[in-house]
Design a protein around this ligand. Structure first.
Ligand code: UD1
Ligand code: UDP
Length: 398
């Protein structure tokens, strides 16, 4: 077992509950929600003022359960709704209906949702229909374009419209909420819980468990690449593969690790286009600690992921964001992230410049490494919850 075990032991610790402990239902459905809600769920579990109910919708299956397990969390309810090739309609309806049933049964004092997925929106709606106070973790991010990220920009907007407490990660996200009329006294800037997760994972990462990762020659540069977004599907993915092939041709020492999302729509393209390339390691999604290892091992990260844009600055890694717009401008402003879209010429030019121009590479580093917080987001959220329950002696169980 290459990871430290003390963390798991301390995470197990639960203090005796206070009699008036408030039941907090933490909802997670996909990989990023699992990773970003894990530190918060652990904090709730350890705090005698609260009682944790972890509700996993199963919008994702393997990619949800694996990170929860890494953080020593087991769902109290697992709805298992995922189907191969699921549609947005199906996921929305299934999550709405099934989370509603759980809320009716467990009657939580507060539901906490995270981010911008279909799980986020549909479970928020189920809580709203029942008048259950709702907290939105990672509230307030806006790209300003309903088409990018799609449908996430809409999911996040709608969840923000119906919640009770807002937990934006940054002052910029808070400003977005204020501009939309959210009451300031219900908003707490917390930093992003992904930094809480990352810092605890970094401590536990020694060597990767994934055998494929041991193939990377120790002295050669590594680029880590992920892509999965709906707006990248099709032409975008083909263009990203064009860029990888160009880079392999121009840069004879460069290696790639591409952990492929389990969605067949994404995997088919990578396998068809890059499956025979010797310096490309195409693998299954990496377990979170191995992905953290790969981020640290890489000299550059190319990604359309939201979470990765937040983790890269904390690890002082340049990230080329393969999107046209981002709802996370802080990393771009901090200088560690650059928007390159899916234009092969731009991806190739920027990657090569980072490889070959040391001062350019350095210009990405050493700036603000904490645009998304310092790892204290979960603690701040718990204090805000406590404050809310003190001010509002509503007991929804009556
Ligand atoms: C979802 C979220 C997206 C988030 C991403 C994180 C929505 C609309 N999209 O997109 O915001 O960035 O998760 O990764 O909520 N699959 C598996 N096993 C898994 C996970 C997925 O087989 O553990 C396959 C299934 O065939 C599934 C497909 O991937 O039908 C798509 O999953 P889905 O959650 O609908 O969309 P994502 O693209 O993963
Ligand atoms: N991640 C992981 N294994 C991988 C790829 C990503 O553990 O193979 C982690 C990554 O560190 C980040 C999160 O998954 O914390 C991001 O998830 P994803 O890119 O699927 O979704 P998004 O953040 O774009 O919504």
């Amino acid at each position: 077992m290459p990871y430290h075990s003390e963390f798991a032991e301390s995470a197990q610790a639960t203090a005796p509950r206070l009699e008036c402990a408030k039941k907090i239902c933490v909802v997670a459905g996909t990989r990023p929600e699992a990773i970003k809600m894990a530190p918060l769920a652990l904090a709730v579990r350890k705090d005698p003022r609260f009682e944790l109910h972890l509700l996993a919708t199963g919008q994702h299956r393997e990619m949800l359960l694996e990170p929860l397990k890494f953080f020593d969390l087991e769902p109290d309810d697992f709805l298992g709704i995922m189907k191969k090739g699921q549609t947005l309609d199906y996921v929305t309806a299934a999550v709405l209906q099934e989370t509603g049933k759980v809320f009716d049964r467990i009657r939580p004092d507060m539901v906490l949702v995270h981010g911008d997925t279909t799980t986020t929106f549909a479970s928020a709606l189920a809580a709203f229909y029942r008048g259950i106070p709702l907290g939105h973790v990672e509230a307030g991010l806006r790209s300003g374009d309903l088409g990018q990220p799609f449908p996430e920009e809409m999911n996040r907007l709608l969840a923000d419209r119906i919640c009770t407490l807002w937990f934006p990660p940054t002052p910029g996200a808070k400003a977005n909420l204020l501009a939309e009329g959210c009451p300031e006294e219900r908003i707490t800037v917390t930093g992003n819980t992904v930094i809480d997760a990352l810092l605890s994972a970094v401590e536990r990462v020694e060597h990767p468990e994934t055998p494929e990762l041991t193939r990377i020659p120790e002295d050669l540069p590594l680029a880590l690449l992920t892509a999965h977004r709906r707006e990248t599907w099709g032409e975008g993915l083909e263009r990203i593969c064009d860029a990888v092939q160009e880079l392999l041709r121009f840069e004879p020492h460069l290696w790639f690790v591409i952990p492929m999302h389990l969605n067949p729509v994404v995997r088919h393209v990578f396998v068809r286009r890059l499956g025979e390339e010797k310096r490309v390691i195409l693998c299954d999604p990496l377990h979170y600690p191995d992905f953290v290892w790969a981020m640290r091992r890489s000299f550059v990260i190319l990604s359309d992921s939201g979470g990765v844009q937040e983790e890269a600055p904390a690890l002082s890694k340049p990230v080329l964001v393969m999107r046209n717009v981002t709802e996370r401008p802080e990393a771009v402003e901090a200088g560690t992230a650059l928007l390159v879209g899916t234009d092969p010429e731009k991806i190739v030019a920027e990657t090569r410049k980072l490889l070959e121009d040391e001062s350019y590479y350095r210009s990405f580093l050493g700036k603000n490494t904490k645009p998304f917080g310092d790892g204290s987001a979960s603690a701040k959220i718990l204090e805000a919850l406590h404050g809310y329950f003190q001010e509002n002696s509503i007991d929804i169980k009556d």
